[in-house]
Design a protein. Structure first.
Length: 290
């Protein structure tokens, strides 16, 4: 197609020389404002190229004269949050439980920290929200084996129960069956008594007086005459709807025959004192705190 540049008579501008069916294309220049914005964008891009990390080469990249790095920015933000948390945790470590509870903002930090620590460290044994499971006490139920004040809970978490810690809480139920202290029919009788009198089920035996006698002689010293338990000795409350090992007659017979003596790890080697305090506040808040 032959091109012929000519002047348009209406606008006074030149055409591009392209023509289709008599329609000619005007060579209208770009608007000045658009052109300057375009140039400004180019200048801006070059500036950004120089200031910030940009051109990749071989094994690395041009880091930019500002030395900015997104990773460092994230690290700084994380460090700032950690510093804020550390300030709160230092306060938690220094203050008494009573003072922490007087400061709603600090208590909130403690409970949040406790909830997160509980989910990762304690939940596998004690269940979500401290609901418990056979062999692992329900921490939300208020049926404390070792006492449910903040200090009791802090002590239990710090040193554990029958753990390797020299200050661990210690208690032992005699192995009445395994060591031949009671005969199988006596164990059956005392278990039936506990199951009926304290766990609230119909007795199997016509007369539970025999079981009652065995209980008074062998069990009441630790578990109490009324099965009320003894937090000083770590003897669980038997007169309760919440049981460490379950509520069936078989579990009682099994416990009296060969007690299980569960182990609660000591956490002083794994968690710092402030975190343990936060945990104690959280566990206490689950519903059973005293
Ligand atoms: C390996 C399993 C296990 C883990 C993990 C564990 N516990 Fe325990 N915990 C136990 C057992 C078992 C007992 C009961 C011991 C007994 O028979 O007296 C117990 C008892 C307790 C008690 C005493 C309950 C009472 O009635 O007096 C508290 C409080 C407690 N745990 C808190 C925690 C906290 C908080 C954590 C997390 C830091 C935790 N436990 C992690 C197994 C565990
Ligand atoms: C020297 C103290 C001691 C004596 C005596 C004792 N117990 Fe225990 N008993 C304990 C302790 C401690 C536990 C908790 C075991 C554990 O934490 O694993 C326990 C746990 C139990 C449990 C489990 C409770 C639950 O919540 O599941 C039953 C049932 C029980 N004892 C019944 C008896 C009976 C019946 C006798 C008498 C024949 C007896 N005990 C004598 C200390 C004692």
């Amino acid at each position: 197609m032959p091109t012929k540049i000519e002047k348009d008579s209406v606008t006074g501008r030149e055409t591009t020389g392209h023509e289709w069916d008599g329609i000619k294309e005007l060579n209208t220049p770009l608007p000045k404002w658009w052109l300057y914005v375009f140039y400004a964008c180019i200048a801006w891009a070059i500036g950004m190229f120089i200031l910030y990390p940009s051109i990749p080469y071989g094994t690395g990249y041009f880091k930019g004269v500002l030395g900015y790095s997104q990773r460092r920015a994230v690290d700084a933000a994380v460090a700032e949050v950690a510093a804020q948390r550390q300030a709160s945790m230092d306060k938690i470590a220094a203050l008494s439980f009573a003072d922490i509870r007087k400061d709603p903002a600090l208590l909130e930090v403690a409970l949040t920290d406790g909830r997160i620590t509980f989910a990762t460290n304690c939940q596998p044994c004690h269940g979500a929200g401290g609901a418990g499971r056979p062999g692992y006490p329900a921490l939300a139920a208020g049926a404390w084996i070792w006492g449910g004040t903040l200090e009791d809970i802090q002590q239990t978490i710090t040193h554990g129960i029958r753990s390797a810690d020299p200050d661990a809480r210690q208690s032992a139920m005699p192995r009445f069956g395994a060591d031949g202290i009671l005969k199988p029919d006596q164990i059956q009788a005392v278990a039936d008594f506990v199951h009926a009198k304290f766990y609230g089920h119909p007795p199997l035996a016509a007369d539970i007086a025999e079981g009652q006698k065995i209980f008074a002689e062998n069990c009441a010293a630790c578990h109490g005459d009324a099965g009320q338990g003894n937090p000083q000795m770590g003897a669980p409350r038997l007169a309760s709807k919440v049981h460490l090992y379950g509520g069936s007659l078989e579990t009682i017979v099994s416990q009296v025959t060969n007690p299980r003596m569960g182990v609660m790890p000591n956490w002083n080697t794994r968690l710092d004192p402030a975190t343990i305090k936060a945990l104690a506040l959280y566990v206490h808040s689950l519903g059973g705190g005293q």
